[in-house]
Design a protein around this ligand. Sequence first.
Ligand code: EPS
Length: 389
Amino acid sequence: MSLRYLTAGETHGPQLTAIIEGLPSNLNIDFEELNFQLHRRQKGYGRGRRMQIEKDQANFVGGIRHGYTTGAPVALVVENNDWKHWQKIMNIEPIEGSDEEKRRVHRPRPGHADLNGGLKYNHKDLRNVLERSSARETTVRVACGAIARQFLAEFGIKVAGRVIRIGEIEAPYQELPIDELIAVTEASSVRVTDAETEKKMEAYIDQIKQEGDSIGGIVECIVEGVPIGLGSHVQYDRKLDARIAQGVMSINAFKGVEIGIGFEAGTIRGSQVHDEILYSEERGYHRATNRLGGFEGGMTNGMPVVVRGVMKPIPTLYKPLQSVDIDTKEAFTAQVERSDACAVPAASVVMEHVVAWEIAKAFLEKFGGDSMEEIRANVASYQAQLESY
Ligand code: EPS
């Protein structure tokens, strides 16, 4: 059975829930590290007031005993602190009260799932759509990805992320060793590698917020230490770059994904794109460059995996956009809602975990095994095969 997870829960409901199936037994879970990843997702310049209410912590309710996975499904929950303000509105049982008391939403916000979801699921209260479509759900996606990340770390695989651009401001691209990249971006309020860009981005986000607007950006994820041969060229749904793309595109507000130089590959010649093959006793087969972002033929080639994603500006705006009331069919301009002016730094953390998840899943497909011990033996045998090739 391949690794998979499902999530449930609403942004203003009591909790978010995830069930993970397919994890091997005897994987040590570092709870503090996992909660640190949840904390990282909550940070970032431009986040709104909701993040001051929440202090995300994962509580495990199945599949782990004495700090180790047992091989059973892992179940975890993250409570919403904000729930205490929404208990009536989000009650599971029927409630009495006016539309206002139920906080019924009948004015769809452009850019959100509201209208499509309302029409599709035949809801006259668009809250039934927006509560689930909220990016709050990424909390438990990060929790699942954080477990994948711990699994990958057992095999020396490291994951980093950075912000490449916020709106008009692009960060100068600095090549750094992965541990340094992790440390430097962690110290930055906008997850960039230099203080000057950080200041510019902060001022820019302030300005956007003041104008009642929101702003998106581009984020990058780098994974180092990935073995050669994860994914496969033989079938479309086994191509790992394609599966990563699907994962990244499924993050709320993401509108595009690139592997390596991505779209630039359509603008330059083949001789400037492909990564030449080298061999040395020490490193075995490797590449002179990494323009293809660690993938050829849907398989990893041993170079770092490099993925970029673009996030659109958050559609909840203080500056009104035109829409139509579903009760009266009359035009209105959207009312003010609490919102994040910029969630790009948080999205960078989410993307790290989504990518880590897909790599862990492909890793498990390749190296199989029900326990960590069995997987380690399989990895060692494959490494010996590569060395003698
Ligand atoms: C979100 C709206 C805001 C964000 C939220 C995503 O929440 P609220 O509607 O409660 O103000 O803060 O993000 C989170 C709660 C989170 O944990 O990231 C939305 O509509 O997508």
